[in-house]
Design a protein. Structure first.
Length: 201
């Protein structure tokens, strides 16, 4: 290669040197990174989402409870995370407070129905993985909270690629066993809340 005009052979280059970025590794645009940061909600903020949600749930405020959940979803919190970190803990707290006589029957009924409404709406927003070929049959106890817990379990496993048969409650044992023998699931599940008087059994 011929020497550069005006420079001695072997002399160092002067001036600005541009760093060449390898092809295929373009720098992401700054506004894209800022948008991504705005859409993330830290775990500690989820506690605030849960607190606001519970206040509306216990007051029977359906619209306000829904707005809390979908505002979080609009800011980037996935449906699966909302089910696991808000709706599921809400279900457990409603059941616990009712069993300990801290809330009335009417409050428990309203709260459970709002929670179920939100769970139904989040089900349609779950990101779904390809079918894995694994099978599950889910039954549950007679309570509304137990049916809601079993339903959310069915929704979450279905989103993970499982084929799920959600039987629900009130089905005689012999029919359940016959159905399990027909479907031959990888995992049969019976979902029920453990009551205080059952802990020593």
């Amino acid at each position: 290669m011929p020497p550069t005009p005006g420079r001695r052979r072997g002399a160092p280059l002067r001036g600005r040197v541009r760093k060449v970025r390898p092809q295929g590794r373009a720098r992401p645009a700054g506004n894209v990174r800022r948008r991504a940061r705005r859409r993330m909600i830290p775990t500690m903020r989820m506690a605030e989402v849960f607190k606001q949600y519970m206040e509306h749930v216990f007051a029977g405020k359906r619209c306000e409870a829904r707005e809390v959940i979908f505002a979080a979803h609009d800011r980037g919190v996935g449906a699966s995370r909302l089910l696991k970190m808000v709706v599921w803990p809400a279900m457990e707290q409603i059941d616990k407070l009712f069993r300990e006589h801290h809330i009335s029957l009417i409050t428990e009924h309203m709260a459970t129905r709002i929670n179920r409404m939100i769970a139904d709406q989040l089900h349609a927003l779950l990101a779904r993985k390809p079918k894995s070929g694994r099978r599950m049959v889910i039954t549950c106890g007679d309570g509304e909270g137990e049916e809601l817990g079993a339903q959310m379990m069915a929704d979450l496993f279905e989103a993970e690629g499982w084929s799920v048969w959600f039987v629900g409650s009130g089905v005689p044992n012999d029919e359940i066993l016959e159905f399990i023998g027909k479907i031959r699931p990888d995992v049969p599940v019976s979902y029920t809340h453990l009551r205080a008087h059952e802990t020593s059994l």
